[in-house]
Design a protein around this ligand. Structure first.
Ligand code: MN
Length: 312
């Protein structure tokens, strides 16, 4: 028996992009005669909404074999790989986060596809398109990839949105029969999930940043429809919960309805790190940049920034 390709992603949580890519890429490889399956130790976060969960069951019953091969989607920083990954047996990477391009190109050559597009789902869509197999994609995979593109591009308002993302969404939404009202319905579902348990939602998309990132050490992010309403109703609960994770924290709340990011940070050092990267006016622990920002955009800014010199 030839080895199975395990399509997997990060350790901390599965967002809709990782979730969709694992399932849809495994489906494509299987159609092409390559044994593959989606697997993950991580749980979905609030971006995998109730309706999305109803489209397909993500397999969480992976039994590892010593000859498994691994394809990583939507992650290339090996510090964050799912613990089921055997690093020496990684055969392919499909990702859109900056920082590890050279590392993987040296290891894998053209099997490392790391590019700045809005969603890794767009890269997986392009595999389907190039293979000429889109007519055979399942409804669930089409809808998953389309929704991942909506989420990761912030409904096409994010800076990393490309023409390829817009093209992929239009083809996939038609194949998956998603209506014109799907974006608003989807993001309202995500907000309902966030508000039903804020602690779980904050923990589900929280990363600890390295000092060289020049970003606050604890960086949480969430995407909702109405960020202003979320902050009005829940700011005090949020700041208490975040402060328990460490003094140097940041929460990026992305509001799709008004296409804005709301950066929440309380400590002077956290606010200074962010003001070092972009023009911000902090009011009562909240700053609203001119355009919506994703963590990976702030990460790219931070990696190219001069560190903030700590003052006293
Ligand atoms: Mn992604």
């Amino acid at each position: 028996m030839s080895p199975t390709r395990i399509i997997t992603s990060g350790a901390a949580y599965l967002d809709i992009d990782a979730y969709a890519c694992c399932i849809a890429y495994a489906e494509l490889l299987n159609l092409q005669g390559i044994a593959a399956r989606a697997a993950s130790s991580a749980r979905p976060n609030a971006s995998v909404s109730q309706t999305v969960l109803g489209w397909i069951d993500f397999p969480h019953d992976h039994i590892p074999r010593p000859d498994d091969e691994f394809v990583l989607v939507d992650v290339s920083d090996y510090h964050h790989f799912d613990p089921l990954v055997m690093p020496a047996q990684v055969v392919e990477i499909i990702d859109h986060h900056p920082g590890y391009e050279n590392y993987w190109v040296e290891k894998l050559g053209i099997a490392a596809d790391i590019r700045p597009v809005g969603a890794a789902a767009t890269q997986v869509f392009q595999r389907w398109e190039a293979a000429g197999l889109l007519a055979q994609i399942s409804g669930a995979s089409a809808k998953l990839l389309a929704t991942a593109i909506l989420d990761n591009t912030l409904n096409f308002t994010g800076q990393m949105t490309t023409g390829a993302d817009i093209h992929a969404y239009s083809v996939l939404a038609a194949l998956g029969e998603l209506g014109a009202d799907w974006p608003e319905r989807y993001f309202l579902e995500c907000q309902a999930a966030v508000e039903s348990d804020l602690g779980v939602a904050l923990a589900a998309d929280l990363k600890r940043m390295k000092p060289e990132s020049n970003l606050p050490q604890v960086f949480a992010q969430m995407t909702v429809w109405d960020a202003d309403r979320l902050i009005r109703n829940h700011h005090s609960v949020i700041r208490c919960w975040m402060a328990e994770q460490g003094e140097d924290w940041l929460l990026n709340i992305i509001g799709i309805g008004d296409a804005k990011s709301y950066l929440l940070a309380d400590s002077a050092v956290s606010q200074r790190k962010l003001s070092n990267l972009l023009a911000l006016d902090w009011q009562a622990g909240v700053a609203v940049p001119e355009r919506p920002m994703l963590r990976k955009e702030l990460l790219a800014l931070g990696l190219s920034a001069t560190p903030v010199v700590s003052q006293g």
